[in-house]
Ligand binder design. Structure first.
Ligand code: MRU
Length: 356
């Protein structure tokens, strides 16, 4: 990704510190946030300074590496174990978080020399992060074949560079199509309550000069029915064995509307988002976040970010952060290994290919 002429990744490690693009300040301010230890890294995941499945997966992998660097010779086993528990508890839904932690953990679990553990953990976290970049680039290459010239594309939440280490999942095919000279237009659902669409996706598309408009979440059906949306592409936080997909709250209703209006609905995700141990979508843990995210909005005025209440003080709110789209609504899944159908057989074959 290129911001103001400089190449960035969303997350990286410098010595013992983890650096993140602070997503809570976007689109108003671009700032790099530093996590000095694994506790600060876990807190940054929890408070959504870093957000999006791929980005939190890479951050979690770096967080494990960071914990090995903090450990000492007398306590390293317990210290690393406890640190992993802290990172695991930050957010429950995105599979990439667990894939990232396990990738690093599996590479060090049989080692007994702390220096070696530290060296391998840092190398493996970087390898995991690099894989995310390459996988997302490939998703763009495969997915671009679905986008014809003059296509109008619907998307939900943020599944661009910021939600991964680079490129993104759902936005990667759009970036590839745009760079190849195709005329495209993106309908960006604002994605209440945290506004990942209007704050992050819109900001990314503006940086890339991709034509787009932000629409209220409630307007997506209106444009679909009018025949103004040719294809919908979203990301995924977890894809389970039968092809059901957990993604940002509101995705399910967009998928149902797409089917009703005969619009292809694709999900884009790297294989690090797949969880074959979970049979179907009903068993995916859905994060319930603070009701304040619904009761208040954040805005930027006079050089500072301000929080404003928009509901009666007496009214409680409910705030599920994700929903599950059943496989039957999904036209296909765009992965770094190609485009597959959202069914048990194709998913099993895909993951067997990756493991071999
Ligand atoms: O709760 P967030 O901001 O971490 O949301 C995750 C997402 O960015 C989306 O659900 C996205 O569409 C999945 S693809 C990274």
């Amino acid at each position: 990704m290129n911001v103001n002429g400089i190449d960035y990744r969303t997350v990286w490690m410098e010595d013992k510190e983890i650096k993140l693009i602070n997503q809570t300040l976007l689109p108003h301010k671009f700032e790099i946030y530093t996590c000095k230890n694994h506790e600060e890294t876990a807190e940054a995941i929890k408070t959504m300074i870093v957000r999006g499945a791929g980005a939190i997966g890479a951050t979690a992998a770096y967080g494990v590496a960071q914990a090995t660097l903090e450990a000492n010779k007398n306590n390293y086993n317990d210290y690393i174990k406890k640190s992993i528990e802290t990172i695991q508890k930050t957010r429950p839904t995105a599979q990439n978080l667990f894939t990232g932690i396990n990738f690093v953990l599996n590479s060090i679990k049989n080692l007994t020399n702390l220096n070696e553990i530290q060296k391998i953990a840092v190398e493996k976290a970087k390898e995991f992060s690099d894989y995310d970049v390459e996988a997302c680039k490939k998703i763009g290459e495969y997915g671009t074949s679905l986008i014809k010239n003059n296509y109008k594309i619907g998307t939900h939440c943020n599944a661009g560079w910021l939600a991964f280490v680079d490129w993104g999942s759902a936005l990667s095919p759009i970036y590839s199509a745009h760079r190849a000279g195709k005329d495209v237009f993106v309908f960006v659902n604002e994605t209440r309550p945290r506004n990942q669409g209007s704050a992050l996706t819109a900001w990314e598309l503006a940086q890339e000069k991709v034509p787009h408009a932000v629409i209220a979440d409630n307007a997506a059906g209106y444009y679909m029915k009018k025949g103004e949306i040719d294809i919908v592409i979203t990301g995924a936080d977890r894809i389970v064995a039968n092809g059901d997909v957990a993604n940002k709250i509101g995705t399910y209703e967009k998928a149902v509307l797409a089917k009703e209006n005969n619009i292809p609905f694709y999900v884009a995700a790297p294989t690090t988002t797949f969880d074959l141990e979970t049979e179907d979508g009903d068993k995916i843990p859905i994060e319930e976040r603070s009701q304040d995210e619904v009761s208040f909005v954040y805005g930027y005025e006079d050089g500072k970010i301000t929080k404003v209440r928009i509901t009666p003080k007496e009214s409680p709110a409910k705030n599920p952060a994700f929903d599950v789209t059943p496989a039957k609504y999904i036209s296909g899944i765009i992965t770094e290994k190609g485009i597959i159908k959202a069914n048990k057989e194709e998913i099993k074959k895909l993951i067997e290919n990756v493991s071999n």
